[in-house]
Design a protein around this ligand. Structure first.
Ligand SMILES: Nc1ncnc2c1ncn2[C@@H]1O[C@H](COP(=O)(O)OP(=O)(O)OP(=O)(O)O)[C@@H](O)[C@H]1O
Length: 241
């Protein structure tokens, strides 16, 4: 499960001939059409993220962080440019393949947790595994293991509404991991948490990065994750600055 020391310690200094990048954006743009006006979400972004990196996206509100994460997650399509994630060209891929990519290659974590309120913690975590077509016994075993690792073993049969914010976010992280995605995309994952719970969530994401070799790209306004980052990318008006 542990990634190699080579990736662990020097994600940016490896030779270009070895492992391909986890994400490559070239001249990537996303222009929104709001009525008759055009809104720049992202403009001419060039970014390469190597496997094993933990990249923070920073910038004021409206600078394009969520837009970039949505494109990387295959939740949205760019208006122009090239985008490859986990070996797949997201600009060209048909919708069916994009759905498969979203289910298997990326784990998303959101500020507002996005748990289904009528499903238990355990069912929330299992759901993406079942939707992706993995064997039920395998999904259930993995969900149990991740919940225990997140300190939520005793909460598995509770509804999300019965959890604290920190517990909800840890459930969401377990859910993001159920299909073993190589890349975790987190959009302000600590935005709705107090400082202690925020620190716990950041440490969890950093541990997934360092000990489990997951590439993490995280949008954040705060500084909690700074010590764990391999790189901080600043966005302004949809551009990297
Ligand atoms: N669906 C949409 N339709 C029109 N404009 C949009 C849409 N989504 C985002 N935008 C605009 O794109 C720009 C970038 O927004 P984005 O949400 O990516 O910023 P952000 O840095 O994530 O902001 P925040 O920190 O507030 O989440 C903003 O000007 C925003 O208003």
């Amino acid at each position: 499960m542990l990634r190699s020391v080579h990736i662990l310690e020097q994600p940016m200094s490896r030779k270009p001939s070895s492992i391909p990048p986890m994400a490559v954006a070239r001249d990537l743009s996303r222009i929104y059409q709001a009525g008759k006006s055009r809104v720049v979400g992202l403009a001419h972004v060039d970014l390469t993220v190597e496997p094993g990196e933990m990249v923070l996206l920073k910038g004021v509100s409206g600078s394009g962080k969520s837009t970039l994460l949505a494109l990387l997650a295959g939740l949205d399509r760019p208006t122009a440019g090239v985008l490859r994630v986990a070996g797949l060209d997201l600009t060209k891929v048909p919708s069916v393949e994009l759905t498969r990519f979203r289910r298997r290659k990326v784990g998303m974590v959101f500020q507002s947790f996005n748990l289904l309120p009528t499903l238990s913690v355990f069912e929330n975590v299992c759901l993406p595994g079942l939707l992706a077509g993995f064997r039920e016994s395998e999904v259930r075993a993995k969900a149990q293991a991740w919940l225990e690792r997140m300190g939520l073993g005793a909460r598995r049969d509770h509804l999300p509404g019965e959890l604290s914010g920190g517990e909800m976010q840890r459930t969401a992280i377990a859910r993001a991991l159920i299909n073993d995605p190589p890349i975790i995309l987190a959009d302000e994952p600590t935005g709705n948490l107090d400082s202690d719970n925020g620190k716990t969530v950041v440490r969890l994401l950093a541990d997934l990065n360092r000990s489990y070799g997951r590439t993490v790209i995280m949008a954040t306004h705060g500084h909690l994750a700074d010590p764990y980052a391999t790189r901080i990318v600043h966005l302004q008006d949809g551009r990297i600055v």
